[in-house]
Design a binder for this molecule. Structure first.
Ligand code: GLN
Length: 204
């Protein structure tokens, strides 16, 4: 509807839903937790949280959400995925389980649990020049990495050793770490700006 602000959903099947909701609320957005098709039908943008991608995959198929989400992303719905959410947005997985499916949208190959046991989880600061001139706080928890980046995908951030940990393509942003658990808000702010820009464009 012209003039109304876009509705942002958080896919709430499993994972750190509450943390994403809280960051979005800091920007005055009251996100809708999406567990059903009826809820998904009324959102204009979607955040896919971290958690366990195999579980999010299974539940999204069970609840009939996988296909509509895939189609909405193809049709330009803005999406932000963190960690397991990035895995759900990858077109290809290097090491998914045998029957694991993704929504796709980001032409990348992602490897799950890409950091060895010793560095299973760690906090760091990382430069994301497209988002902020100052480094962003990043929490990696059994995090994936992006091993291949397709044409048309821009790399947003890489670790000092060159491994890619954040990328975007059109309406899709995928981040291998968690900004939402370390009090970091700039990535959500960037996402919300894009959501509003796309909404304004479709109105005019
Ligand atoms: N290792 C998880 C997976 O494969 C992702 C971890 C996370 O989201 N923190 O889905």
């Amino acid at each position: 509807v012209a003039g109304s602000s876009p509705r942002v959903g958080v896919l709430a099947l499993q994972g750190d839903v509450r943390e994403h909701v809280q960051v979005l609320q800091r920007f005055g957005v009251e996100p809708l937790e999406v567990r059903t098709l009826a809820q998904f039908d009324v959102v204009d943008a979607l955040v896919i949280p971290g958690g366990e991608s195999t579980v999010i995959d299974k539940l999204s198929r069970l609840f009939g959400l996988a296909k509509p989400i895939r189609e909405a992303i193809n049709n330009g719905m803005p999406v932000l995925g963190t960690c397991a959410g990035l895995i759900m947005l990858a077109s290809d997985l290097a090491d998914g389980t045998a029957d694991q499916e993704t929504f796709g949208g980001l032409d990348v190959t992602v490897r799950r649990n890409a950091f060895g046991a010793q560095v299973d989880s760690f906090d760091t600061e990382i430069a994301i020049p497209a988002i902020s001139p100052d480094p962003v706080r990043a929490t990696f928890i059994r995090a994936p990495i992006i091993e291949r980046v397709g044409d048309g995908v821009s790399v947003l951030a890489a670790l000092p050793d060159g491994r890619v940990v954040a990328a975007e393509q059109g309406n899709v942003i995928g981040i291998s770490f968690h900004p939402e658990v370390s009090g970091e808000t700039r990535i959500h702010e960037y996402f919300l700006q894009r959501v509003n820009n796309l909404a304004n464009k479709s109105e005019s």
